[in-house]
Design a protein around this ligand. Structure first.
Ligand SMILES: NC(=O)c1ccc[n+]([C@@H]2O[C@H](COP(=O)([O-])OP(=O)(O)OC[C@H]3O[C@@H](n4cnc5c(N)ncnc54)[C@H](OP(=O)(O)O)[C@@H]3O)[C@@H](O)[C@H]2O)c1
Length: 344
């Protein structure tokens, strides 16, 4: 099949760079457009962006001229958005209205009733709601908007999915979040080195509301939230990449740790036909001191979630790569699902 043209909005930033890395040599998508602020527009990407990843800047991106974040300037069928939330709020609907499939990583529209908040392993059927979105918003151009969750939400919500059958009643989560989650200039080194910052603005509100939408049911018209509560405490720790989370999950059926482990190990979301879907969405570690961000964040090319220390209660730890599984990789997997479902 001919490759689908892909653009990146916010291409020079931390997540934008992960998009470019993730789209390099992608079997279905071809990078055709890079957009960023007017500070970068008109420059060659290699001049506009300070590449911060360990991989080389892909050559096709380096030579591309950055354009403005404007539907008239972007040449693509699907756009991956890595824009700051306020800018995303201003432009993402314009892109959808203009006929682009928008796979957004920003928080602006995650909780809008007609916008799917996708983790393909959890709620691929929610993608159907884009047809209602197009009708309701009068978009006849074929464009639509999808989102992926906050980076902290993704890790533990994926781990909760196989536990839904036990009747989840409440979840408590304490996060230990990597500095890359705040962007390169987000947390000054003098604030975080040898330190922990027990506050991340706006994070707990997202973590306490997004999982119920993701694990909710789509009745053909609307998404009905799952009926459990989440209580969160979010903390920034001096780790480069990889969010670690401690979970306490109360369930009606009160499963044993062995039953929880079995449910996680047998979890097969049936997405093996998507190019970046990891062989195992959930990896269960038996060693008492795992998962650890430095050792486990790159499992499944950064797309697997590692779980460990499953104890009665039920308590466990989960961990995943925040800028891959928690950001760019999540949007790319969502776009692969759109292709599979015939929307692209
Ligand atoms: N970092 C993470 O782990 C993570 C995880 C999940 C979600 N997110 C979300 O992803 C988004 C991007 O985060 P980030 O860490 O990549 O941010 P970032 O490093 O600050 O990058 C922001 C990007 O947006 C562009 N931009 C900024 N203001 C703009 C404007 N007014 N008009 C057009 N373009 C503008 C910047 O272009 P210039 O270079 O030209 O200024 C840059 O390309 C945010 O919504 C964030 O909440 C981040």
């Amino acid at each position: 099949m001919a490759k689908i043209k892909a653009g990146v909005l916010g291409a020079t930033g931390a997540v934008g760079q992960r998009f470019i890395e993730g789209l390099k040599d992608h079997p279905w998508f071809e990078l055709t457009s890079l957009a960023a602020s007017e500070r970068s527009a008109g420059k060659k990407y290699s001049e506009a962006a300070r590449w911060r990843l360990e991989s080389e800047m892909p050559e096709n991106a380096a030579d591309m001229t950055v354009v403005n974040v404007n539907p008239k300037e972007v040449d693509a069928d699907v756009v991956f958005s890595a824009l700051p939330s306020d800018e995303a709020k201003r432009v993402e609907l314009d892109f959808a209205a203009a006929g682009f499939a928008v796979a957004s990583n920003a928080g602006a529209y995650r909780m809008a009733a007609d916008v799917p908040l996708l983790i393909p392993e959890c709620n691929q059927e929610h993608l159907e709601i884009v047809k209602i979105q197009q009708e309701k918003r009068g978009w006849s151009t074929g464009g639509f908007l999808t989102t992926n969750p906050n980076c902290t939400t993704i890790m533990f919500t994926l781990a909760l999915k196989p536990l839904m059958k036990f009747g989840i009643k409440s979840v408590q989560v304490a996060s230990m979040q990597a500095v890359s989650g705040a962007g390169y200039e987000g947390v000054p080194s003098m604030a975080i080195l040898g330190n922990i910052i027990p506050y991340i603005g706006g994070e707990e509100e997202k973590v306490e509301t997004e999982p119920q939408k993701i694990l909710g049911t789509f009745d053909g018209q609307k998404i009905i939230d799952a009926d459990f509560t989440v209580s969160a405490s979010c903390h920034r720790v001096p780790v480069m990449d990889g969010h670690t989370e401690a979970l306490w999950v109360c369930m009606a059926e009160d499963p044993t740790p062995e039953e929880v482990k079995k449910a996680m190990l047998s979890f097969d979301p049936g997405l093996g036909d998507l190019p970046t879907s990891p062989k195992k969405a959930l990896i269960v570690k038996d060693e008492p001191d795992r998962p650890q961000p430095r050792l486990d964040r790159n499992r499944g090319n950064g797309m697997s979630i590692s779980v460990g220390r499953i104890r009665s209660g039920i308590r466990f730890i989960c961990m995943g790569h925040n800028t891959v599984r928690g950001a760019a990789g999540a949007s790319i997997l969502n776009a692969e699902l759109m292709v599979k479902k015939g929307l692209l």
